[in-house]
Design a protein. Structure first.
Length: 152
C-alpha cells in the first residue's frame, strides 16, 4: 500500500444521507414553525373581523340597547370560539355610538374587537427578546335602519 492510499479517506458511503438529513431538519423546522405562526395569526385576523362585523350588525338590528349588547356579546363569543380563541367577549369588545341613544334611525354603531394572539412554542423566559403575543384588532360600523329602529 502506497503512502497516498493510506492518506485517502475511506468509507465515504452514507455521508450524503447524513448531510441531507441535517440540512433538511435545519431548514424545515423553522419553515414549519413559520407556517404554524402565520396560521394562528390568520385565524386571529379572521376571528376579530367576523366578530366585529357580526357584533355591529347584531347591535344595530336589535330593538333595544340591552338586547343589542347581549346579541353583540353572543356574536363576538361565537366568532372567537369558531377560531379557537377562548376569551371573555366583554374584555375584547368596545361598542361606541355617534349619538345617544345608540339605536336612533340612521345612527352609526361602531364595534372594535381586539384579541392578543399567543405565539405557539415561545417559552415565557424569552419575553424580553421575543414577544409572546401579537395584538390583532378589527373595527366594523353598522348603520341603524331608518324604518326598523326602535323609538328612543
Amino acid at each position: 500500500m502506497t503512502r497516498w492510499q493510506r492518506l485517502r479517506p475511506r468509507g465515504d458511503g452514507g455521508s450524503a444521507l447524513v448531510e441531507f438529513t441535517v440540512l433538511a431538519v435545519l431548514l424545515l423546522v423553522p419553515l414549519v414553525y413559520l407556517v404554524v405562526v402565520l396560521g394562528r395569526l390568520q385565524a386571529g385576523s379572521f376571528a376579530v373581523e367576523a366578530a366585529a362585523r357580526s357584533a355591529a350588525r347584531s347591535y344595530a338590528a336589535a330593538p333595544t340597547e340591552a338586547l343589542g349588547a347581549d346579541r353583540a356579546r353572543a356574536a363576538v363569543r361565537l366568532a372567537l370560539d369558531d377560531q379557537g380563541f377562548d376569551v371573555d367577549p366583554d374584555a375584547v369588545t368596545q361598542v361606541t355610538c355617534e349619538v345617544a341613544p345608540c339605536l336612533q334611525p340612521e345612527a352609526r354603531v361602531s364595534v372594535r374587537v381586539r384579541v392578543d394572539v399567543t405565539l405557539p412554542g415561545v417559552p415565557a423566559g424569552v419575553d424580553a427578546v421575543v414577544p409572546l403575543s401579537v395584538a390583532v384588532e378589527a373595527e366594523s360600523v353598522a348603520v341603524v335602519d331608518r324604518f326598523g329602529a326602535s323609538a328612543p
